[in-house]
Design a protein around this ligand. Structure first.
Ligand code: HMG
Length: 385
């Protein structure tokens, strides 16, 4: 990469409702310590009926445009595995809600939780070629599992929006990256299903194997040595998975890697749950907002998407990253969520699932500016207040 290219802004958003996992444990007769300690999860963000991956994406991206304007944005990559249409990109709805120019290309990317990493790399490579342009990469997902399944407590929802530009204010994306793709049935969602099929134990092994292979490829392609990485951010389906992945990497490289390297990266994820392709970038936001000593430091980024594709890459943090942060707004968003009890959460679980034949009006109940309004003549309708 010739020009310095990377993250110029990072903004995250989650839903307006929240469930305490202690309440879920009490309702299902599970020891709450299993969720708190075994999975490392405390809360789960729950979407209101008028919130979906499109509204979350727009909510995450709007503050970026308010701060930096739209000049030079010619690409929007929207990564999701909970897309709302098999043909049209969810990004096209977001493009209209945000008022982006018609001269901005829009495409949806999918490979489970890995999609946004591919978007970030593609955006950075194109900005390196045309440094006067900028690109928006948005990761957005609603993670829904079958009720009463072992994965239920890992659900969540949220979006992360990244502005990719030359001379980035937050972090430079370093050129080396390591990749590993393997066809594995660990987690997948066929077209006729609203929740995934999951082999939980296999998925953990597939994640660990994928990361080890991607690490080897990272080193082969000039990536930093393990001792030159100052912090790690992992994809976090549940925050203990980051600890498992760090321990796996320590064993694979025959080094000691203390859990201090990942603690700050779990701050938001333990309160939100799995956000699939956004999860890695919630981890990054958590780290940037809760660690004052990152200037000039290298962050090892560990991406995994079931099915599976893994990528290891690195970021070099810019000196002024603290002034580009959004920690106060993110915390305010988390604290503003309305608590729901288990009965209400379960009633909402399937509320957003309906066929395209029905004409449906969805009542506006969430306080944010972007709303899913329902289905009219087979098409999804969205509105900005
Ligand atoms: P499970 O079978 O309910 O849980 O499913 P478990 O019995 O394995 O317990 C989980 C942990 O809690 C264990 O710790 C227990 O010991 C501990 P570990 O041995 O793993 O360190 N535990 C307790 N701790 C304290 N007090 C207690 C207690 N009881 C148990 N009383 C599983 C867990 C993760 C498999 C399940 O939630 C699941 O299937 N989740 C979905 C799949 C998933 O998240 N996989 C992760 C890797 S794949 C991935 O990340 C991709 C993904 O994001 C999708 C995508 O890419 O799109 C999922």
């Amino acid at each position: 990469m010739s020009a310095r290219v990377g993250l110029h802004d990072l903004s995250v958003a989650t839903t307006s409702l929240v469930l305490e996992l202690d309440d879920l444990a009490a309702a299902t007769g599970i020891d709450p310590a299993k969720y708190r300690l075994g999975l490392g999860q405390q809360q789960m963000s729950v979407p209101a009926p008028d919130e979906d991956p499109v509204t979350l994406a727009a909510a995450a991206a709007e503050p970026v445009l308010t701060r930096h304007g739209m000049d030079g944005i010619r690409t929007l990559y929207l990564a999701t595995e909970s897309g709302v249409d098999q043909s049209k990109s969810a990004g096209v709805f977001v493009h209209r809600l945000l008022g982006l120019p018609s001269t901005c290309r829009v495409v949806e990317l999918k490979q489970a939780c890995y999609g946004a990493t591919a978007g970030l790399r593609a955006a950075a490579d194109s900005i390196a070629l045309r440094p006067d342009e900028r690109a928006l990469v948005i990761a957005t997902d609603v993670a829904r599992y079958q009720l009463d399944s072992p994965a239920e407590a890992t659900q969540g929802a949220g979006a992360a929006a990244m502005l990719v530009a030359a001379d980035p204010a937050i972090a430079e994306l370093e050129a080396p990256c390591g990749i590993s793709t393997a066809d594995v049935d660990d987690f997948w969602r066929p077209n006729d299903r609203s929740t995934p099929l999951v082999d939980g134990k296999r998925s953990i092994d597939a994640y660990l194997d994928g990361v080890a292979a991607a690490w080897d490829d990272f080193r082969l392609h000039g990536g930093a040595e393990i001792g030159q990485i100052d912090r790690f951010c992992h994809h976090q389906p549940f925050t203990r998975m980051a600890a498992k992945a760090l321990a796996g990497l320590a064993e694979h490289t025959s080094t000691q890697l203390a859990e201090d390297l990942i603690v700050a990266s779990t701050t938001y994820n333990r309160r939100i749950g799995n956000t699939y392709t956004a999860s890695l970038f919630f981890a990054l936001a958590g780290l940037l907002d809760h660690d004052d000593e990152l200037a000039g430091k290298r962050i090892g980024m560990v991406s995994y998407g079931s099915g599976s594709v893994s990528e290891v890459f690195s970021l070099r943090v810019a000196d002024g990253y603290r002034s580009a942060g959004r920690g106060a707004a993110t915390l305010a968003g988390l604290n503003a969520r309305t608590p729901v009890d288990v009965e209400r959460y379960r009633a909402l679980h399937d509320a957003g699932i309906f066929g395209s034949d029905a004409n449906i009006t969805v009542e506006q109940t969430s306080p944010g500016p972007f709303h899913f309004c329902g289905i009219e003549e087979g098409a999804r309708r969205y509105r900005r207040d």
